[in-house]
Write a protein that binds this ligand. Structure first.
Ligand SMILES: Cc1ncc(COP(=O)(O)O)c(C=O)c1O
Length: 356
């Protein structure tokens, strides 16, 4: 097992085709009021919600590599899926437009929403994305990859008949499948980890990094980046949709694919993959009183806006772990803000009513 320098790691990634979509490095700074409230030495926030592509988020980092791959394959249309308020779908539509491709989105009604044309969907419609709404087989559960790809393939046939060349990619841009043959989404998060490493050079890397984990690529990329650099930083993924037993193999597979793709001399144990599923609440996309209260906490203490589906759950985890003394008082904890803010405006009734 080898330790790589930042330059070596960067060199391994630099050969990969990439289109520039984001504004980086994203800001990193301490959340002093929250740290005081929780009795921690330092809580840092890394603002990947400010990547800049159509209101930003973690997906735009991934799409720099994924769109480059679609262009390399000479695609003119990108087809993907997500839940109703999928941040991935919005970011994909925005990235597609910037690169001159047509976005086609299959959106699953994973949860109920009284009005659909708001938040991410509103922006997708303004972007001129083609939207196909679909029911899920099980309420609150995303479709499995095979079922979703069947629907994507149907949409692709229609596009091919019109003379288009579609590029199919799975939700989140994490797992390989469709036309995405390499874990390019996760790769982007090795670079994000490198960025954080450089931003924390003076004080040293954090002891913990807390992040929302949905399709697994962000966590897998961060983990591979941290291990390749030989850092002790523990990457804590907070599950937002799946129980950890179902989800751990997904994160593991993406991480292993990434290690292989980069040709890294690195072994990963299951114990390296820290996943906590205690903050799922009522399930994916369910905006509960706890979600509302943590959004209020961060706004009122730090003027930091969290989204109701991902970052609020991750922050619920961070706050609870601090209160349970999972972290030692001297620990430095980094919260990776992965974006998702447009969805906040799709759930006003639940955000306001439950905690009134
Ligand atoms: C705002 C936000 N944060 C975190 C995640 C999780 O990232 P990943 O899918 O790479 O696990 C997502 C995924 O959709 C997201 O939209």
């Amino acid at each position: 097992m080898k330790v790589y320098s930042p330059e070596q790691l960067e060199r391994l990634i630099s050969h990969q085709p990439r289109v520039r979509l984001i504004s980086a490095p994203t800001p990193l700074y301490p959340l002093k009021n929250l740290a005081a409230e929780l009795g921690l030495k330092e809580i840092l926030v890394k603002r990947d919600d400010l990547t800049g592509l159509a209101l930003g988020g973690n997906k735009s980092r991934k799409l720099e590599f994924i769109l480059a791959d679609a262009l390399r394959q000479e695609a003119d249309t990108i087809i993907t899926w997500g839940s109703l308020q999928s941040n991935w779908c919005l970011q994909t539509a925005a990235a597609a437009r910037k690169c001159g491709l047509k976005p086609v989105l299959v959106l699953f009604k994973t949860y109920d929403l009284q009005q659909i044309d708001q938040g991410n969907v509103l922006l997708e419609k303004l972007l001129g994305a083609e939207i196909q709404l679909r029911e899920t087989e099980k309420k609150g559960k995303s479709p499995d990859q095979a079922q979703a790809f069947r629907l994507l393939e149907e949409a692709a046939q229609v596009e091919r008949r019109k003379g288009h060349k579609p590029y199919l990619v799975a939700v989140g841009g994490s797992a390989c499948g469709g036309h995405l043959e390499k874990p390019l989404g996760a790769l982007a998060y090795v670079l994000s980890l490198l960025e954080t490493y450089r931003q924390t050079a003076a004080s040293g890397p954090p002891d913990y990094l807390v992040v929302a984990s949905g399709s697994g690529g962000t966590q897998a990329g961060l983990l591979v980046g941290a291990r390749a650099l030989g850092l002790e930083t523990k990457i804590i993924g907070i599950c937002v949709s799946d129980k950890k037993e179902e989800f751990l193999p997904v994160v593991r597979q993406i991480a292993l694919d990434l290690v292989e793709f980069l040709g890294l001399d690195l072994t990963l144990e299951n114990s390296d993959i820290i996943l906590l599923d205690d903050y799922l609440g009522a399930g994916y996309g369910q905006v509960t009183a706890e979600v509302s209260s943590v959004i209020r906490l961060l706004l009122q203490k730090e003027a930091l806006v969290l989204d109701p589906v991902y970052t609020s759950k991750a922050m619920l985890g961070l706050v609870d772990l601090a209160r349970k003394k999972y972290f030692r008082p001297g620990d430095r904890v980094l919260f990776l803000h992965t974006g998702g803010l447009p969805a906040l405006f799709a759930f006003p009734d639940r955000l306001l009513l439950k905690c009134a």
